[in-house]
Design a protein around this ligand. Structure first.
Ligand code: SAH
Ligand code: SF4
Length: 452
């Protein structure tokens, strides 16, 4: 499509793509003309209130109160905002809404993992996953509907990118999860009790790491104890304690919205989750990694998956644009990385492709060469229909883990969670975008040709 065509269609390319695809820039405006407040920072809420007729002082005061109700208390109705003057509540409701993505389907795995199929106001489907654990509860958040990057082992990569999720749709996932888990302080408009006992019971009985490395888990906990940002937020009594940007999409290709959404998630007057409990995973969008550290400040995970150019070019095609050495240098330069805040390298175990002893040794060599404060997460490949790879044998994974571990680098094997409901890493994909195997092969070949 030419630039003029793109403009005429209201679509835009996302800069920096290996293979730019047109995507809708914004959501379709609401038919009733009201504005959704979810996704807006306090100052924008104040500006909207001022535009709607409040004087500057009132607008600022009201925006503070409303922000607190939205993000700290989780109300979904202006009528519930009891410290706002009664006549003002319908005034707000006429002009504004408190949105949530629509829940199309909610699934519960036998291991306690939960997956929600969500729909945007303009009809696009995406997914979020909650993974309860004995000592934490992790929400896996999507950043895009689909993904442009086509990693060959990832189901999401077989979708065409439909569009970036908005700030409201990203932070809205966290709010929906809080709704579903009943975790708003003193109850919320949508839930009143904290349904904890049942879920915790399921989790404790089922979680098991194949090659447990307790050190990996304890680090995060220790860091959050002296959390200077949000001293009141602790894991105690909470189900949702951690967020990983590891759902559908490449978060760094939706940088501004992901940053603004995570700022809302971290705001001490609202959801107040510590940045130390948030991890952003990238397939290796090198030019945006430094900004991620500086402007968001969350933990970084990098989908490395291979240690040679040949293999990484094949399985993570963005490698053709930003190679392994460049990627590792960006990791070495990542702001705030330290031994206490290590970078996680994700490594999917693909049978006979990236799982040899030599691969493990090369991984160690590279981590040492760049002096990276690193830990390695070994992810057994999660299959999906038509996937061109198989998972490595358990014995192979164990040996790989041992080699890395013996070099002094933490290398736990992740236990797949929620496989029975297709909620595990790389299994997310919405039905609307299903493609035939032949079509997938053709798309993939086109991408390879385009990359040269
Ligand atoms: N786009 C980002 C984040 C989402 S994917 C990224 O690529 O990092 C989250 C993790 O799941 C990534 O490490 C990804 O490579 C991995 N993954 C994708 N498909 C997988 C599969 N089928 N089995 C196991 N892990 C997979
Ligand atoms: Fe996109 Fe990540 Fe899947 Fe690659 S692994 S296709 S970057 S979601």
């Amino acid at each position: 499509m030419t630039d003029t065509n793109l403009q005429a269609s209201g679509l835009m390319p996302i800069p920096g793509h290996i293979d730019p695809l047109p995507v809708a820039r914004d959501v379709t405006p609401r038919a009733d003309g009201r504005i959704d407040l979810i996704g807006l920072p306090k100052k924008d809420i104040a500006a909207l209130f001022a535009q709607a007729g409040l004087d500057a002082r009132q607008a600022k005061l009201r925006s503070k109160q409303v922000f607190h109700w939205l993000y700290h208390r989780g109300v979904t109705d202006f009528a519930a905002m009891t410290d706002i003057a009664k006549p003002m509540r319908p005034w707000l409701a006429e002009r504004f809404v408190i949105g949530r993505p629509e829940i199309i389907e909610a699934q519960h795995s036998t291991d306690g993992t939960r997956k929600w199929l969500l729909r945007t106001a303009d009809g696009h489907d995406f997914e979020m996953v909650f993974i309860p654990d004995a000592d934490r509860g992790t929400l896996c958040v999507s950043s895009q509907v689909g993904c442009t990057l086509n990693c060959r082992f990832c189901h999401t990569g077989t979708m065409r990118l439909v569009r970036n999720l908005t700030v409201g749709e990203i932070v809205g996932q966290v709010m929906l999860a809080r709704d579903a888990l009943g975790e708003w302080p003193n109850g919320s408009a949508s839930t009143s009790s904290r349904a904890r006992t049942g879920t915790a019971g399921i989790v404790e009985g089922t979680f098991n790491q194949d090659h447990g490395d307790p050190g990996f888990r304890r680090d995060d906990e220790a860091e959050s104890d002296d959390d200077e940002d949000n001293p009141t937020y602790t894991a105690d009594g909470r189900l949702l304690t951690n967020i990983v940007m590891m759902g559908m999409g490449e978060p760094l290709y939706n940088f501004d919205n992901v940053r603004d959404a995570l700022k809302l998630v971290m705001d001490g007057d609202g959801l107040a989750l510590s940045r130390r409990r948030i991890t952003l995973s990238t397939s290796g969008v090198v030019p945006l990694m430094a900004r991620c550290g500086e402007e968001i400040g969350v933990n970084l995970a990098v989908s490395l998956h291979a240690v040679t150019k040949e293999v990484r070019d094949e399985i993570v095609p963005i490698n053709r644009k930003y190679g392994i050495e460049e990627l590792l240098q960006a990791c070495a330069d990542y702001p705030r990385a330290s031994n206490a805040r290590r970078i996680t390298f994700e490594y999917v175990m693909l049978k006979d492709r990236n799982d040899s002893d030599d691969d493990a040794r090369e991984l160690v060599r590279l981590i040492r060469k760049y002096k990276l404060p690193a830990k390695v997460n070994l992810i057994p490949f999660n299959p999906w229909p038509g996937a061109p790879y198989e998972c490595s044998e358990p014995e192979r994974i164990r040996r790989f883990s041992e080699i890395v571990f013996e070099a002094g680098i933490s290398a736990p094997v992740r236990t797949p969670r929620g496989r029975d409901i297709d909620a595990a890493c790389g299994q997310l994909k919405t039905a609307a975008e299903r493609r035939s195997r032949a079509e997938l092969e053709r798309l993939w070949a086109e991408k390879q040709a385009a990359l040269g």
